[in-house]
Design a protein around this ligand. Structure first.
Ligand code: M3S
Ligand code: ZN
Ligand code: CA
Length: 529
């Protein structure tokens, strides 16, 4: 693109010359700065500057206001810069340069799309300006105009997307001055983000006087990718295009998937490359599954518990695949998920199982809620919560890890919630492990609570006690409530019983059949007062 470079006009030179003797003090300025003008607004889009204030003491940010006032003829305002701009941010980089970001305002309301950046060097000399300024906006103050409310603008926008399911966060609305059809109008910019039926983030522009929909844009640059998972199954997932490449980055759920390129699992810091592809078809099965299954788990928590990510606050979910060499492990390391490739005998790539991924993400949920200490009984409860949610997300059976465990042994699994003893786990409190191994048996004693949860959902007879099953949906609601509202970091099995009964009472009533089932289930596994 070619720019038309102009020297500032004679009036500007005069204005600049006048600032030499202004009350702001002595100002040195390049008398004819190189300016590229906006073709419509005739204000600078770019100025190559060499402007400095010779004031000895500058109050914080005063330089920016002095600069804009010195250049007011270029920007075409006559009063004070503070009436036209708001300072949004200021940041000093590693070169010692400071970058100011401003927003044009009209009677205090932001002018949509009109932002400015001003850059200074170490010596506080303004070196450049970039941005857009719309001069002479003729609109009365918003307080004088009869405008609809922000809530009304949101409800107008929501009516436009009747098929939207599951808003990701509360819709937002901001009053702006909108350049519209060669003039300006007050408008609300409403943001609506939802997952289904298609991930979308709409930006609606609602006329703040009439309530008319002026425009709408889908601001989500997300695309659907495809590829085959560890088991050879075809799937789709959300990706992002940046430049000429596509990345395993789901912007709406905030899920990114990285390749750790076999870095040792014990490295103090595991780095990784965001997985990319030249086309929308991805080729790394482990990365594909880690990404697609993290999305599925995110959707489970959002849909059933309205939980936005593991911390409930929309924090980025990061998965790293190909950790270590033939590593037979998967983990939540406190801030990210890491998955080994397996040695091909005990495990194939651990990212290839939805229940394993839901198990790991639930460790993160636990960290941000009950924060159950990872040893002895509280650790076994931590493990059990991850297994319970693992089989609730991957709701095809009561087995854990069967899709990736011992590929040469069909029907085998890491654990079974219906028959814990099949995989050397106790299904009664009296049989609990009390040694030092496995942090005090966290992956062993989880069988006791797993069995109770299984019996609550599916029902059955255990140690002579009959339990009426209440189904998976009610069971997962009870355990989610117990985890997020009742349990604490040192909770023991007996606390789990009370937390489950209390959660069930809240949800279904003290005298409900659901409470009877929960009590019977815990009686049957020997967790009794
Ligand atoms: O239990 C699961 O994952 C693990 C594996 C496969 C090995 C060691 C620890 C864990 C864990 O508890 O996350 C699903
Ligand atoms: Zn675990
Ligand atoms: Ca399973």
């Amino acid at each position: 693109m070619k720019f038309r470079w102009l020297s500032a006009s004679l009036t500007t030179c005069l204005a600049a010359a006048m600032t030499l003797t202004s009350s702001a003090g002595f100002v040195t300025a390049k008398e004819t700065p190189d300016v590229r003008y906006h073709p419509v607004y005739k204000t600078p889009s770019f100025i190559e500057e060499n402007w400095s204030s010779s004031k000895r003491h500058l109050a914080p940010n005063e330089l920016v206001w002095d600069y804009l006032n010195a250049r007011k003829n270029l920007f075409r305002f006559t009063d004070q810069a503070q009436n036209h701009f708001k300072l949004k941010s200021k940041n000093t980089d590693e070169l010692g340069m400071t970058h100011y970001r401003l927003q044009e305002i009209h009677h205090g309301i932001p002018v949509f799309g009109s932002e400015q950046t001003i850059h200074t060097d170490k010596a506080n000399t303004v070196t450049s300006y970039l941005g857009q300024v719309i001069p002479n906006i003729k609109l009365p103050a918003a307080t004088q105009a009869k405008l609809i409310s922000s809530t009304k603008a949101i409800s107008i926008s929501k009516k436009q997307v009747k098929n939207a399911k599951q808003y990701l966060y509360q819709p937002t609305s901001e009053l702006v001055v909108l350049p519209y059809q060669q003039t300006h109008t007050y408008a609300y910019v409403v943001k609506l983000a939802y997952l289904g039926p298609q991930p979308t983030v709409w930006q609606y522009f609602i006329d703040a006087k009439s309530g008319k929909v002026l425009d709408k844009i889908n601001i989500l640059h997300e695309i659907t990718g495809e590829g085959k998972g560890v088991k050879g199954d075809k799937k789709t997932f959300e990706i992002t295009k940046d430049g000429s490449l596509y990345y395993l980055k789901d912007q709406i759920r905030k899920i990114s998937t990285f390749d750790a390129e076999n870095q040792n699992e014990n490295s103090p810091i595991i780095n990784g490359k965001l997985v990319s592809s030249k086309t929308t078809t991805f080729s790394d099965p482990s990365a594909i599954d880690a990404h697609a299954y993290a999305e599925k788990t995110y959707d489970f928590y959002k849909k059933h518990f309205n939980r936005n990510s593991f911390d409930g606050n929309g924090t980025q979910i990061k998965s790293y695949v190909h950790v270590g060499e033939k590593w037979n492990n998967a983990a939540w390391d406190g801030e990210k998920m890491i998955y080994g490739d397996g040695d091909g005998k005990t495990f194939i790539s651990l990212a290839g199982a939805l229940d394993v991924i839901a198990h790991e993400i639930t460790h993160a949920v636990t960290q941000y809620t009950a924060d159950l200490q990872y040893r002895n009984e509280s650790g076994a409860l931590n493990e059990s919560m991850s297994d319970i949610m693992g089989v609730m997300v991957d709701d095809k059976n009561w087995l854990l890890g069967e899709d990736v465990y011992t590929p040469n042994k069909p029907g085998d699994a890491l654990r079974s919630m219906s028959e814990p003893t099949k995989y050397n786990q106790p299904d009664h409190y009296d049989d609990r492990y009390i040694g030092w191994e496995d942090n005090g048996g966290v992956h062993i004693n989880s069988g006791i609570n797993n069995k109770a949860a299984y019996l609550i959902a599916a029902g059955g007879k255990h140690n002579g006690v009959t339990i009426n099953g209440i189904g998976r949906v009610k069971t997962r609601a009870i355990y989610y409530r117990a985890l997020t509202s009742y349990l604490t970091s040192n909770s023991q099995f007996i606390d789990m019983r009370d937390a489950a009964i209390q959660s069930t009472t809240d949800l279904y009533g003290a005298n409900s059949n659901e409470v009877k089932s929960v009590k019977n289930a815990y009686d049957s596994v020997g967790v009794v007062k």
